[in-house]
Design a protein around this ligand. Structure first.
Ligand code: F6P
Length: 551
């Protein structure tokens, strides 16, 4: 493949950037009254307004040429066909097959997969409905009141994010908890108020070897056995979701309580699989079907829409425009919906674990920037945290704002104020405030020329800070499924253009290996000298001061 930076479109974009980089969006909007219509798209009830970007039609044309020259369509076809595009692990990437609702057979690495997907989903729904209808009973014949999902990364973030986002759809007398951190406070804080007789644990781990999860799983098992005494009663309180059936069986999970996931689903793309069991328990099978439906409809849009009207493609290209031409190194995700409070954290793994790489598909070190630093917080809270930097900082931080037109209760005095903020902040970031406007404002406040001269530089807002705005009617399961799939495919398109394998994660291995070695040294209880002087110093300082009575 031609090196990305040698592509004709890349060269043309570099020249175009030099021409457009100082143009202000304020002027673009003044000159183009139909800019909103020109640069917004819809899919179902989701409006994607990308007009507050530093683009012209020529920009979009050149970016679309880049997508064509990088063969986005070809790689898209490979993914949906189940080809092993995760080449370093020789695996297909088939999370879309988990929500596929069409009639075509689905394949991964040449194997048909749609039947087993449907079979596993049926098992998941059966368990969830058995728990929700209180047919599932614990060892003392009481219904389950609390479900604890033990997992981390993709086995945690997606289910947690979706369960929180869909709180209005959750069953009321059944509480879902998530434990991920190996810090004992996480599981202890969770279990301290629970009753082993009415608690069910879901051990969610694709590998069933992740240390954080396995330590927590053992603690949970011990907690159960302290009360229920017999291992034979564990199946009523312990299920697992994994691709490592043998390890789950060896841990003591009854075969009928093991729910399968597959190697051709990446952890950060797995909430559509049995990893989503806690979501199904929380919102029920019909709502989970709607979640899948929303993602499926975006898959079809992504597969079929012309690139120029393809929302994930546009999202991806805008990100590349700022990342690779404006030098922006981060992107902010700002949901103006309290229930989406875990959405940025979910996208951090999805985006940064997929494209936080510097080695391209041919094993060469890239000579261009790749995955951005993704951060975010719910909209209003972030206005009182880091919007100062977004408005007047020296860094360009493109932002995505998302909001429901109608949230569940829609209490006017709350929701109208919320919505006024998302509209105002996007406008302020785009328009800024000029010297002239500041002077007239301070003059009107009665300040004298000396006071105005002093304050003026601090009150000017440069503006020209880009935002995308997603408005949707309400955050229901189908809309959430669509929003997640839009970002999944955006990440895919950016990975294709940066010529990365977005679906392995070798970068997480080194830390885990070193931690395993250091844990052995700590357990040995001797002072260490095998590391650099800083690591030796830190470990020995800890060893000297750590509480002696701890196991
Ligand atoms: O962070 C590394 C990682 O492998 C993620 O990709 C994955 O989602 C997480 O750890 C948990 O892995 P598992 O589901 O195998 O426990």
């Amino acid at each position: 493949m031609t090196q990305l930076t040698d592509l004709p479109a890349w060269q043309a974009l570099k020249e175009h950037y030099a021409e457009i980089k100082n143009e202000h969006m304020r002027d673009m909007f003044e000159q183009q009254p139909s800019r909103f219509e020109q640069f917004s798209l819809k899919i179902n009830d989701i409006l994607f307004d990308y007009s507050k970007n530093r683009i012209s039609q020529q920009t979009m044309d050149l970016l679309l040429q880049l997508a064509e020259q990088a063969d986005v369509s070809g790689w898209r076809q490979k993914m949906f066909a189940g080809e092993p595009i995760n080449h370093t692990e020789n695996r297909a990437v088939q999370h879309p097959a988990l929500r596929y609702l069409g009639n075509e057979p689905q394949y991964a690495d040449g194997e048909r997969i749609d039947e087993e997907i449907k079979e596993e989903l049926k098992r998941v729904k059966a368990l969830a409905e058995s728990i929700r209808t209180r047919r599932w009973r614990g060892h003392s014949n009481q219904p389950i009141t609390d479900v604890v999902n033990i997992g981390i990364g993709g086995s945690h973030l997606g289910p947690l994010m979706a369960t929180e986002a869909l709180r209005p759809y959750a069953i009321h007398d059944l509480h879902i908890h998530y434990v991920s951190n190996i810090d004992e406070n996480h599981i202890n804080n969770t279990l301290e108020s629970l009753n082993p007789d009415t608690t069910l644990f879901i051990i969610s781990s694709k590998s069933f070897t992740t240390q954080d999860t396995m330590v927590n799983a053992q603690t949970a098992k011990t907690w159960l056995l302290n009360k229920i005494q017999s291992e034979s009663l564990l199946p009523q309180h312990l299920v697992a979701v994994t691709s490592n059936i043998q390890a789950a069986t060896e841990f003591g999970i009854a075969e009928e309580n093991i729910f399968k996931m597959w190697d051709w689903v990446g952890g950060r793309y797995s909430m559509w699989s049995a990893i989503g069991l806690s979501i199904v328990i929380s919102i029920g099978s019909e709502n989970f079907d709607d979640l899948l439906q929303g993602a499926y409809e975006v898959d079809e849009h992504f597969k079929t829409a012309p690139l120029a009207e393809n929302i994930p493609v546009i999202m991806a290209l805008l990100g590349i425009w700022y990342n690779n031409f404006f030098g922006a190194e981060s992107i902010a995700i700002l949901p103006y919906d309290q229930n989406m409070h875990r959405f940025p954290a979910y996208l951090q793994q999805a985006d940064m674990e997929s494209n936080g790489k510097g080695c391209d598909r041919s094993g060469q070190t890239v000579d261009y920037t790749t995955g951005p630093i993704l951060f975010g917080e719910i909209g209003i809270a972030s206005q009182h945290a880091f919007y100062q930097l977004l408005h007047q900082g020296t860094k360009l931080v493109p932002s995505d704002m998302l909001a429901p037109i109608s949230n569940f209760l829609c209490i006017a005095k709350h929701h109208r104020a919320l919505m006024s903020n998302i509209f105002a902040q996007a406008e302020a970031l785009m328009k800024g405030k000029t010297e002239k406007e500041v002077i007239s404002e301070l003059t009107a406040q009665g300040m004298n020329s000396e006071q105005i001269e002093m304050l003026l530089p601090y009150k000017i807002f440069p503006g020209n800070r880009p935002t995308n705005t997603f408005l949707f009617y309400t955050l229901n399961p189908k809309t959430l499924g669509s929003l997640i799939a839009l970002y999944e495919h955006k990440i895919f398109v950016q990975g294709v253009i940066w010529n990365l394998n977005s679906f392995d994660q070798w970068g997480v291995e080194l830390g885990k290996v070193l931690a395993t070695n250091i844990l052995e040294e700590i357990n040995a209880g001797q002072l260490v000298s095998s590391h650099d002087c800083s690591t030796n110093g830190l470990i020995n300082y800890y060893m000297d001061l750590k509480p002696k009575n701890l196991g």
